[in-house]
Design a protein around this ligand. Structure first.
Ligand code: ADE
Length: 248
């Protein structure tokens, strides 16, 4: 996969190259990350990329010309050009999976108070938001999107099952996880996880996932219900979990 990021702060992404899952994906060349700075493409003799908003008001607006010329150099071809913006469609696991299936992603990071609307109208195919809050720029949002997408790519995560086990992959929250020691501060690891019985462990995990979603994100559970992601066994598991929970 090739990812082009248009950003005034390319250095922002250096940690991603070095660390963790994204670092591994980049080092192993599962993904080809290219960073583009509109400051390198501005026609302004002082390398300006922003100016005051017409009509007045606070802050600065990113100009269309440096962005459009950067995008021309990126040459997205048929790739979707995505602007990270609080106005966008809410980013979720489904969109991460969808992006992970593409050959190329082009991400444009906005800065300051906004981006000249004419650039958006001419060149942006979709806008994506990582939540209903305003960040100082799209870089953090682009990093969030890239992390969620890269962990879906084959060969990026160490253990083949890890991405499949993530929260939201099947529309539900993840189950709890435990590691050594078996007893910590008098607290035991659930017995099923120590049983070596793989079927029982899978059932326990599914049940915990259903229970966590019911308690913490009932909206996810309703959605999974509506989209037919739950079967009869799931309902029975949840029922049983709720009964045990109430008697505890
Ligand atoms: N840029 C500023 N705020 C943002 C948000 N919430 N999501 C994506 N990009 C942004």
């Amino acid at each position: 996969m090739r990812i082009d990021v248009i950003t005034l702060f390319p250095e922002w992404f250096s940690n991603m190259r070095e660390l963790g899952v994204t670092g591994r994906a980049l080092r192993d060349e599962v993904v080809d990350l290219r960073l583009w700075n509109p400051r390198d493409f501005t026609n302004d003799p002082h390398h300006r990329v922003d100016d005051r908003p017409y009509g007045g008001g606070p802050g600065m607006v990113m100009q269309a010309q440096p962005l459009a010329d950067t995008l021309a150099a990126v040459a997205p071809g048929t790739a979707t050009v995505t602007l990270l913006s609080p106005q966008g469609r809410r980013f979720d696991q489904q969109l991460a999976n969808d992006l992970a299936g593409r050959d190329r992603i082009v991400l444009v990071c906005g800065r300051y108070e906004g981006v000249d609307q004419r650039f958006i109208d001419q060149h942006i195919d979709e806008q994506v938001s990582i939540g209903d809050f305003v960040l100082s720029g799209g870089e953090l949002a682009a990093a969030v999107v890239m992390d969620a997408v890269l962990r879906q790519l084959p060969g990026v995560l160490g253990h083949a099952q890890s991405a499949v086990q993530d929260s939201f992959i099947d529309g539900l929250l993840d189950c709890p996880h435990y590691t050594r020691p078996e007893i910590w501060q008098d607290l035991q690891v659930p017995a099923t996880l120590l049983s070596g019985d793989h079927a029982a462990i899978a059932t326990w995990r599914r049940q915990q996932s259903l229970l966590a979603s019911w308690k913490l994100r009932p909206d996810l559970l309703s959605r999974a219900q509506v989209s037919g992601q739950l079967d009869k066994q799931d309902y029975e598991l949840l029922q049983a979990a709720l009964q045990t929970d109430m008697t505890e």
